[in-house]
Write a protein that binds this ligand. Structure first.
Ligand code: DTR
Ligand code: CA
Ligand code: ZN
Ligand code: ZN
Length: 317
């Protein structure tokens, strides 16, 4: 869903005020100072995100039906993203690691410019389970992060902070790629990361709207975005320790993100406020072969793609 112009600028104003009032490591404006006018986040075209999902579906179909760690489908997924980002002016690097006897890869993409001592990262795991294409889990997060990065390039966004985007390998084997990345970051580099935003399952077919409750400033940013849409959210707790924000959090990096639900069942109270079907899983194709492009709620994907842009713009100025 697009924010109406007034909704989006009102939401941007909320972020500006939040930026003034918060005193966390992320915010540079101190109370009482006049923060410069912040650029409002652009709308992320959900049609573009869906086009990336179709590509990932085609890749899985052409490679044995999945995009799992160590397979041609995974490497083709990474090459697809890397090609788009190289063409868009990002500085990309492929980080190789081995897990369960197979070679895995992380893709890191830096947007040139910004303060190198203040890095805002957004990431998603790119691998699927071997049982299926992994479109909601987690081509949804991968595609939305990709389209946000491409929008940074398309708009030639020049943030104060440095932007870095990441797609992780072997998350399904136990957060292997993201853990390898954090473990191999020198402490000085790790301390430059002022926020890591994680997006893992953001288009569930029977969606809920959950916000990670780890770092208060990042949590407040996502909640103000949803407040602008008049959508109430719930804290995301079920995923604690279960996705790629965990190695960053354990290393002391402020983390956050949004999530639309996995195999848990939507309650009637949740269906009342969010719509959808009570008594049914948020994603009944979780880790199943039916996790295809048909397993996506477009409204949730659109809202959360725009939430990513809202947070990236809001936290990087
Ligand atoms: N997407 C899941 C990991 C995950 C993230 N949040 C939750 C909440 C409940 C269950 C699982 C998860 C995966 O990659 O398997
Ligand atoms: Ca949108
Ligand atoms: Zn999974
Ligand atoms: Zn996942």
């Amino acid at each position: 869903m697009r924010l109406s112009v007034s909704g989006r600028s009102a939401a941007a104003a909320v972020v500006a005020v939040a930026g003034l009032l918060t005193t966390s490591a992320i915010s540079t404006a101190s109370a009482g100072t006049t923060a410069p006018t912040r650029a409002a986040a652009p709308d992320i075209p959900v049609a573009n995100v869906k086009a990336h999902l179709s590509q990932f579906q085609s890749i899985a179909s052409a490679n044995g039906g999945n995009r799992a760690h160590g397979t041609a489908g995974y490497r083709a997924s990474l090459d697809y993203i890397k090609g788009k980002l190289d063409a868009a002016g990002f500085t990309t690097s492929v980080q190789q690691f081995t897990s369960s006897g197979r070679v895995g890869y992380n893709l890191i993409a830096d947007w040139p410019g910004g303060d190198p001592n203040q890095v805002i990262m957004a990431g998603a795991h790119l691998d699927s389970v071997s049982r299926g294409a992994g479109i909601n889990d987690n081509a949804s997060g991968s595609a939305a992060v990709l389209e946000t990065a491409l929008t940074v390039s398309r708009t030639q966004y020049k943030p104060t902070k440095h932007l870095r985007f990441a797609w992780w390998g072997a998350e399904e084997l136990g957060l292997v790629g993201s853990s390898y990345h954090v473990r191999n970051l020198p402490a000085a580099e790790r301390s430059k990361i002022k926020g890591y935003l994680n997006f893992d399952m953001i288009g569930s077919p029977n969606p809920g709207y959950f916000v990670y409750d780890d770092d208060p400033t990042i949590e407040r940013t996502f909640k103000s975005y949803y407040a602008g849409l008049n959508i109430s959210t719930e804290p995301e707790r079920e995923g604690d320790g279960r996705s790629d924000h965990t190695p960053f959090k354990n290393a002391g990096v402020p983390v956050g993100g949004v999530f639309t639900g996995a195999s848990s069942t939507k309650t009637s109270a949740q269906a009342q406020k969010w719509g959808g079907t009570a008594g049914q899983a948020f994603d009944r194709c979780y880790h199943s072969s039916c996790d295809t492009t048909a397993n996506i709620n477009n409204t949730a994907l659109d809202r959360n793609s725009d939430a990513i842009a809202y947070a990236v713009w809001g936290l990087s100025q």
